[in-house]
Design a protein around this ligand. Structure first.
Ligand code: SF4
Length: 370
């Protein structure tokens, strides 16, 4: 069975009705449970859930301490190319946007790696736009080999690949893959992905599974929050993470919660996004933690410094630091377009201090590939 079958069997109208009929007593009962099921997870995403937010956040904190302790793993994203063949309305790298396109040479990747490694960071998230022609598997493989000389863990966030391609990259030294479905709603998916191979909803949906079959140690999924009704979207994210955790118990499943950000675009974007408030964001975060206590949650610099700090005690497991979203943004400086504007420009050193101030332990290396 594939995750698409699980999602196709959902009755969205029924889900929305259920969310509306949850009572305060239901929520209190759920919050007194050790482990909750998917129906109870859905109920936590309701307005009654929001009315019990403090209680929910407190339970999330206890759950996270039990499973992860006070450790927060730090990583830095490294963009090595912004060439892209897709036209996603929410992204400034989209192929219809007239921006300066760049791709780092292998020597430049080494320079960037040297610069980032000076900060003490040991975990790298390697990113490109989606263009198999400009950034071939061979090129990415060469980049990974260089990065592995400087970092203990390299996670890929590039275009969806076939299983044998992921296998080659696992052999080259990656230990994880990040791939967001962006939205699990097929209709919205079609409307925001106007052109390019990314229009293939099912191929993208099955990507985490192909990466797991290829032997990655970690898989990170998520949706771009703001494209669909967040309650329905997060319910589906939770089901997807549960599906992967059960099918691949040896793989660490992580969830990211990117809130849509303003982009610079040279084309008209005719799409109206749903805004997610900070309270709703905390509700999403806490409900996921209670439903999937073994899954890690990653908070990027799309969130502000104060929001990131406030989320730490509720159960953040991974956090980016010293972030640039442009190609060669750590050293090479090609003056290229940022993928999106970040909200926390703190250096690695500042993020370490912030985590320690809250009483948690920043972890630069939690994993070593032999
Ligand atoms: S989201 Fe990814 S695939 Fe879409 S335009 Fe941006 S870089 Fe390309």
């Amino acid at each position: 069975m594939s995750i698409s079958k699980v999602l196709d069997e959902l009755d969205i109208e029924k889900i929305l009705r259920e969310i509306e009929t949850v009572s305060n007593d239901d929520i209190i009962k759920i919050l007194n449970k050790e482990q909750i099921d998917e129906h109870e997870f859905l109920q936590l995403l309701s307005q009654e859930g929001a009315n019990n937010l403090e209680h929910m956040a407190q339970n999330s904190r206890i759950n996270s301490l039990k499973h992860f302790g006070k450790a927060i793993t730090l990583y830095t994203p490294m963009y090595i190319s912004n060439y892209c063949v897709n036209r996603c309305l929410y992204c400034s790298f989209n192929c219809n946007n007239s921006i300066k396109r760049n791709k780092l040479t292998l020597d430049e990747i080494r320079e960037e790696a040297e610069e980032v490694s000076k900060t003490g960071i040991k975990h790298i998230l390697l990113l490109t736009g989606e263009s198999e022609v400009k950034t071939s598997v061979e090129y990415i493989k060469d980049a990974v080999k260089i990065l592995r000389e400087y970092f203990q863990s390299v996670v890929l966030e590039v275009y969806p690949m076939k299983t044998h391609q992921y296998k080659e990259l696992v052999d080259a030294g990656i230990d994880g893959v990040t791939i967001y479905q962006e939205t699990y709603d097929r209709e919205i998916y079609k409307n925001v992905h106007i052109k390019g191979p990314k229009r293939d909803y099912l191929y993208r949906l099955d990507t985490p599974e192909r990466a797991c079959i290829a032997g990655v140690r970690t898989i990170n999924i998520g949706a771009l929050l703001g494209l669909d009704d967040w309650r329905v979207e997060i319910y589906k994210v939770g089901l997807h993470a549960k599906y992967l955790s059960e099918k691949f118990p040896e793989v660490e499943v992580g969830i990211s919660l990117p809130r849509i950000k303003e982009i610079s675009s040279t084309e008209n974007v005719p799409y109206k996004y749903n805004e997610i408030t900070d309270r709703e964001f905390v509700q999403i975060f806490s409900a996921l933690k209670l439903f999937l206590p073994h899954c890690s949650i990653n908070i990027s610099t799309r969130e502000s410094k104060s929001m990131r700090e406030n989320l730490i005690p509720i159960g953040v497991n991974k956090m980016s630091a010293g972030v640039s979203t442009e190609v060669g943004g750590h050293k090479i400086n090609k003056n290229s377009e940022k993928q999106f504007k970040i909200s926390d420009e703190s250096s690695v050193e500042d993020v370490i201090k912030m985590i320690e101030r809250v009483g948690y332990q920043p972890v630069l290396k939690d994993w070593m590939l032999l």
